[in-house]
Design a protein around this ligand. Structure first.
Ligand SMILES: [Zn+2]
Length: 573
């Protein structure tokens, strides 16, 4: 194709709105344009990359036994009510009303729709297993759209769903899709971290995320550089300190004593007043749950992880208690809560607290704390569990070396959903004995726009993008340096035509721009291979082949190049 006929609006300046390299470069290289906050158009070069990513995903999903379908983006709210998710929908899901007043969800995901199809088509175990996928636009009303196509209100996903008669079947397809994802990422030039994650709103048993370390990510993960362990903060285990340590550190249990702490509510204020460190204090956090009032006890320098707390406590609802509730349940104001003499509140204590002795807590009394607190002498927790968030320098759950916390961008996510949707929506099959069972389900997502942005995050330099060959918008760019020179013009055209004839995807920069501007644009756009046709090399009958990806430049006789095209298909790959 010819540059002069395509929309490639390159920019010299860095757009003010763009913070991360992928956003800056996709705008500057003319791959995308913003319509409004959180919605982007793909221009010809951007769309070519997007389609190449989709093609690789299709090939590998088909190889994994998948079959492609296409489901509607508009979904009746009743389906979401049936699955029980409608009530849980947050503000980030678009719900609209059609002209008859019927509530319609703009699909952020398609578990309900596919389960509806399956319950109406699958009768017996003979119809299973199934792996179905689609590549389709999803919607999410992001509160803060950011980083271009990384966090937008509209995005393209490959979402897949598996249906099996038993859990062994689910395990097999889960592993197969996991493997397919690794192949897809490898073909795209990405080495993802495979991160253990919490299934969250999707529900189900377990899940894994495929991530890259990037400042454009929305969450932090715990990473161990020593053994490669990577996990979400809500999953990364914080182990119980070795038994016996508590007793060793304790010495003699001190006397339980009330101390005045006027106005001191925070760990910092109390520490300053009593001249103690956060490690000698215990935070008592109160929550209103579906199982009644609950308290979480964590060491002063630790943070409670609410997802772990909810999982361990078996809570379906978890809301921080209001000052009024705290006063009612504990008898004291906010900031002075503690576990001693606390009645009617379920106390869940973090492992690390169990290793402490003679510590300080609130006294459930205004302006008072207790010191010399020891469990189980002074109170008995209802449950001791891992409820805190892992911190940098904590031991790796696998190898015990210190972990670090890193910002990471999620590109894919796979879940073992089990029967979460098939039970509530009654998607059943009959076994060989004619007995009815809910179908076992898995789901598997890949964010296609994000993958495109992630490739740019990984493959760029100060001059622009450096596309890996598998996703380069064109395989080759032919760059005639000076079109006024008839020899240059004719040779460039000859090479362009020869490449087209060979079926190579080629872009020729046929603009009558200055050579400098063309070189700059070529590097910015980042097509893997450039063939530069310039007057000086041409005097020796040569052209320059430049690898934008590898950075190398070699001179090749024009005839040798054209001959090579006839023989060697992989000359530019
Ligand atoms: Zn490790």
């Amino acid at each position: 194709m010819r540059w002069s006929q395509l929309i490639i609006p390159t920019l010299k300046e860095v757009p003010a709105e763009a913070e991360v390299p992928s956003h800056v470069l996709l705008l500057r290289a003319g791959f995308i344009r913003k319509l409004f906050s959180g919605a982007y158009s793909y221009l010809p070069l951007g769309l070519r990359v997007l389609k190449k990513i989709e093609r690789i995903i299709r090939e590998e999903m088909d190889r994994a036994g998948g079959q492609e379908v296409l489901m509607p983006a508009v979904q009746p709210a009743e389906l979401w009510e049936e699955s029980g998710r409608f009530a849980q929908l947050g503000e980030d899901v678009f719900v609209i009303k059609d002209r008859k007043g019927r509530k319609v969800v703009l699909g952020p995901t398609h578990e309900e729709v596919i389960t509806d199809i399956i319950r109406n088509t699958v009768r017996s175990y003979k119809d299973l297993p199934l792996l179905v996928y689609q590549i389709q636009t999803k919607f999410r009303d992001e509160a803060r759209p950011r980083f271009g196509v990384i966090r937008s209100k509209e995005f393209i996903m490959k979402d897949a769903y598996s249906f099996d008669a038993d859990t062994q079947g689910l395990e097999r397809v889960y592993d197969r899709v996991h493997q397919a994802y690794l192949t897809i990422f490898s073909r795209l030039g990405i080495k993802p971290l495979v991160v253990e994650a919490d299934p969250g709103m999707m529900g189900g048993k377990s899940s894994h995320e495929f991530m890259i370390l990037s400042k454009s990510g929305e969450g932090e993960i715990a990473v161990c550089k020593a053994c490669g362990y990577a996990a979400g903060l809500e999953v990364a285990a914080c182990e119980a300190p070795a038994l016996g340590r508590a007793a060793k550190e304790a010495g003699t249990p001190a006397r339980l004593e009330e101390v005045k702490t006027p106005g001191a509510k925070t760990i910092e204020e109390v520490g300053k007043l009593l001249k103690i460190t956060p490690q000698q204090m215990v935070k008592t956090l109160l929550y209103d749950t579906d199982l009644g009032p609950a308290a979480a006890l964590v060491r002063g320098d630790h943070e409670l992880n609410e997802i772990k707390f909810a999982r361990r406590g078996g809570f379906k609802k978890l809301v921080m208690a209001s000052p009024e509730q705290i006063l009612k349940w504990t008898g004291g104001p906010l900031g002075f809560s503690g576990p001693v003499k606390l009645k009617g509140v379920r106390v869940i204590q973090d492992f690390a607290v169990s290793a402490m002795a003679n510590f300080v807590t609130g006294a459930n009394l205004a302006d008072c704390h207790l010191k010399g607190v020891n469990a189980p002498r002074d109170y008995k927790p209802d449950l001791v569990a891992d409820i805190r968030a892992i911190q940098a320098q904590d031991p790796c759950p696998r190898c015990k070396k210190p972990v670090s916390l890193e910002a990471a961008l999620e590109l894919g996510h796979i879940f073992k959903l089990m029967t979460k949707y098939t039970e509530s929506m009654k998607a059943h099959y009959l076994d060989a004995q004619g007995k009815e069972h809910p179908i076992i389900m898995g789901c598997y997502g890949l964010g296609i726009n994000r993958i495109l942005a992630a490739i740019v995050e990984l493959y760029h330099d100060k001059d622009g993008i450096r596309w890996p060959p598998s996703v380069s918008p064109f395989q080759v760019e032919v760059l005639p340096v000076n079109l006024e020179d008839p020899a240059v013009r004719a040779t460039a055209e000859e090479i362009y035509q020869a490449l087209l004839k060979r079926g190579v995807e080629v872009l020729i920069d046929d603009r009558s721009e200055r050579a400098g501007a063309k070189f700059k644009d070529a590097d910015l756009v980042g097509i893997t291979t450039q063939i530069v046709v310039g007057p000086s090399a041409l005097k020796e009958g040569k052209v320059e082949i430049k690898s934008r990806l590898g950075g190398g430049v070699k001179r090749l006789a024009k005839d040798e190049l054209l001959e090579g095209l006839g023989k060697n298909e992989g000359i530019f790959s």
